[in-house]
Ligand binder design. Structure first.
Ligand code: C2E
Ligand code: CA
Ligand code: CA
Ligand code: CA
Length: 271
């Protein structure tokens, strides 16, 4: 009785009520949002060892009608929860591929990849591979240029099903990156069973690499692991030249972070 009394009190906590209300309002806004008007993709450069531009990662922004520009952390979890991520993720795929195709055709320095984040709920849809194939056909993008970023949490959900789906997309030429590597619970066997092309070392391991010997050693072994498994290794969240030097010495193949460029709207993305 005491327990329920306490939780009843908590239910009327004004902070909790405000949060619940905010979430409910955001849910309504998200459900009725017109993607073309309110959402925008920003692009962040990915660089090679010689500093050349290799690719871009598409990162979603919501130009909310009253709240201004929202970062994905403020709405992606909700979009996943209520299922809006499925049509929204398809919109992202279409826009990112169309942009990459346009950049290729404009004769700019060609990108080797356009990386698109895929959420678990989206990937687990039965028609996910068909959706991607449709986008590739409509936009005319070379499938080899599309890189899908998946997370460990997604991959461990249904390894068999995931492997089949990935194989179907690989047959088209699509590539895969394992995002936020090191923060999830993936086993080494998972890395061997799935056709992954790239490991993206999470930024939390890079942040203090120049000060923390433990992080330095850890990152060194992640890079070695990637090499052993014949995967390309990219370090995320590189902000300082000192970090790049260490990563480079350890043999890291690609770099992404504020040191090279922040995510920018397509019109400002320099290449
Ligand atoms: P992520 O895929 O790990 O993306 C990297 C995040 O780190 C981006 O945040 C990027 O702006 C930020 N970042 C890049 N370089 C640096 C750096 O040097 N320092 C620091 N401190 N941060 C850096 P953003 O754009 O806010 O995206 C957050 C997360 O939202 C992404 O993390 C991704 O998980 C998710 N997300 C973004 N766009 C999409 C999307 O289209 N679909 C899905 N499902 N998720 C998305
Ligand atoms: Ca990502
Ligand atoms: Ca990441
Ligand atoms: Ca992340």
């Amino acid at each position: 009785a005491k327990q329920s009394g306490r939780s009843t009190l908590r239910f009327f906590d004004p902070d909790m009520q405000r949060l619940a209300l905010e979430r409910a309002v955001l849910e309504i806004d998200l459900r009725k949002a017109r993607f073309d008007d309110e959402f925008e993709l920003y692009y962040q450069p990915q660089r090679g060892r010689d500093g050349s531009l290799i690719g871009a990662e598409a990162l979603l922004r919501w130009n909310h009608p009253t709240r201004g520009l929202l970062n994905p952390n403020e709405f992606i979890p909700l979009a996943e929860e209520i299922g809006v991520i499925v049509p929204l993720g398809a919109w992202v795929m279409e826009r990112a591929c169309a942009q990459a195709a346009a950049w290729q055709q404009a004769g700019n320095r060609p990108l080797q990849s356009m990386a698109v984040n895929v959420s678990a709920r989206q990937f687990l849809q039965a028609n996910f591979a068909d959706m991607v194939q449709g986008v590739l056909q409509r936009t005319g993008l070379d499938p080899n240029l599309l890189k899908l970023e998946l997370t460990e949490t997604l991959l461990v959900k249904d390894i068999e099903g995931t492997a089949i789906k990935m194989a179907a997309l690989k047959r088209l030429g699509v590539r895969f990156a394992l995002d936020d590597f090191g923060t999830g619970y993936s086993s080494l066997s998972l890395l061997r069973k799935l056709p992954l092309d790239q490991l993206k070392i999470d930024q939390s391991f890079i942040q203090r690499i120049e000060h923390d010997d433990g992080d330095d050693k850890l990152v060194h072994s992640i890079i070695a692991l990637g090499k052993t498994l014949k995967m390309n290794v990219l370090a995320e969240g590189v902000e300082k030249p000192a970090q790049e030097r260490i990563l480079s010495r350890h043999g890291c193949d690609e770099f992404q972070g504020f040191l090279y460029g922040r995510p920018e709207p397509a019109s400002q993305f320099r290449h």
